[in-house]
Design a protein around this ligand. Sequence first.
Ligand code: C5P
Length: 245
Amino acid sequence: MTKKDLINSGKVKSVFTTDNDDEVLIEFRDDMTAGDGERKEVMSKKGSYNAVISSKIFKVLEDGGVKTQFINLIKTNEILATKLEMIPIEVIIRNIATGSLVRTYPIEDGTPLNPPIVQMDFKDDEFHDPMLNDSIIKALGIATQEEIDTLKDLAFKVNDILKEFFDDAGIILVDFKIEFGKDKDGNIVLGDEISPDSCRLWDKETFEMLDKELFRKGEDDKVMEAYVEVYNRIIPDEDKAKFDL
Ligand code: C5P
């Protein structure tokens, strides 16, 4: 496998072509951003921790029957993945009310949500990722009703698998954001990443935050400690020995 041309550089990841037209290489950089990219810092080794954590989570999801983009971890900060045409929707699942939900609606921070909430936001910085609904998605021509239903079903399935996975590691999966794309046969496949950048994770005993919310709050010095804690809890020791992180 050869890393070739840069085709897309996002806020924290870069995507490269490879010698196989059906595959891409995703590089996880050490950049960290918040507020539509207004605040930007570099956190040493964050890219590697997120790539390893995301790889582990995607493997767990594959084992649970969810089709994902993940093929292989090439280096600690590089993933080989199936090339997808990404759907510009951020699918968010919320198990506990916090963040933008409690800022937008009259619901108390920390309220358990049974059943969980599924929310879809338009992935577009220019429009500041506004919330979508089925009618808007169809009017914008982003997805059909059948595809919207598939996205929601898959997101709930991801939630069921990951809630249990994190619970076993002493972590509450509060909420998370995922993205999907279509492979060359038109199948809807889970893409992008699932990491402490894209989830809210709380310690089950202490309710301590173990995710990017620390950065959003300006507690930059605690960020990497939290990411390393998630890594230590979910990556088996025999795998850690391979990574030298
Ligand atoms: O900020 P908000 O409460 O809407 O975030 C919900 C979840 O989605 C959080 O886990 C957050 O980390 C994630 N998210 C994300 N990328 C965005 C917006 C939200 O990963 N652009």
